[in-house]
Design a protein around this ligand. Structure first.
Ligand SMILES: *[C@@H]1O[C@H](CO)[C@@H](O)[C@H](O)[C@H]1NC(C)=O
Ligand SMILES: *[C@@H]1O[C@H](CO)[C@@H](O)[C@H](O)[C@H]1NC(C)=O
Ligand SMILES: *[C@@H]1O[C@H](CO)[C@@H](O)[C@H](O)[C@H]1NC(C)=O
Length: 234
């Protein structure tokens, strides 16, 4: 499998410079352009859990390059946890038909890209993407399920450490990709911190036409929720 998903959280980088990966991309292709994004960070605490549900809209019916949608989490120097919805010129590798995405749990790091088994996803499907810090305080488990049926679509676990400080969405267009033809929506995004951080909400940033509604916190700033994140078509 070719691996491009890349320059970590570049849209976040644009708005929150802490998340610079500084890593080279395995196949040395580079990200060309980015769609809209919403990001938060860095927190003064650390992230211990994050969950969102993406409704991706239809994938382009043909693809000139590679197009990736992902909610990403990193600390700027370590691994990028990033379940990706992917559009390639031929998406049959995951069983997708025209207009469907491939989804897989994935980690980008100094080793390159590591992926869980993929599944096809339709544009109207609600894909729940959960990042869980396990009890060892090192291992992050990604669980990807259909939010309506609970059927598992992908998963992956890797020890990436307990110091995650930023979370954000990415719409990544590589190699002159055919861009998104529909809007993306992320609903019920909830980020749980190890300790309360009342400043975290103030770090939220949007780029390239993206917007959000319903940012709120509970437990004095330990749990942060965003009702909707709206990313326009490119
Ligand atoms: C992850 O998926 C594999 C199949 O690919 C399955 O055997 C395993 O139980 C899953 N792990 C979790 C935590 O759901
Ligand atoms: C990011 O996490 C890695 C892995 O735990 C750690 O080695 C590194 O020091 C962290 N970087 C920052 C800036 O916290
Ligand atoms: C888990 O990691 C955090 C760093 O974010 C540290 O503060 C905490 O003490 C660690 N907990 C355990 C049980 O190792």
């Amino acid at each position: 499998m070719q691996l491009i998903t890349a320059l970590a959280i570049a849209p976040i980088l644009a708005t929150a410079s802490f998340l610079s990966s500084g890593k080279s991309i395995k196949n040395s292709k580079r990200a060309d352009t980015w769609g809209g994004s919403v990001s938060l960070g860095p927190t003064q605490s650390t992230i211990v859990h994050a969950v969102t549900t993406i409704i991706p809209g239809d994938a382009p019916s043909s693809q000139n390059g590679e197009l990736f949608l992902w909610p990403g989490m990193s600390n700027g120097t370590g691994d990028l946890i990033q379940t990706t919805l992917e559009s390639w010129s031929d998406n049959s590798w995951c069983g997708a038909t025209t207009g469907q995405w491939c989804v897989r749990a994935s980690v980008f790091g100094s080793f390159g890209q590591l992926d869980g088994t993929p599944s096809p996803v339709s544009g109207s499907e609600k894909v729940k993407i959960e990042y869980i810090l396990e009890d060892d305080n090192e291992t992050w488990t990604q669980l990807v399920t259909n939010a309506d049926t609970g059927v598992q679509l992908s998963n992956y676990s890797l020890a990436s450490g307990p110091y995650m400080t930023g979370y954000g969405t990415g719409t990544e267009c590589d190699d002159s990709c055919t861009g998104t033809i529909a809007a993306q929506q992320y609903v019920d995004t909830t980020i749980t911190l190890a300790d309360a951080d009342t400043t975290f909400g103030g770090t939220i940033a949007t780029a390239v036409g993206a917007s959000y509604t319903g940012l709120s916190s509970s437990q004095d700033g330990k749990i942060w929720t965003i009702d909707t994140i709206n990313i326009p078509a490119m």
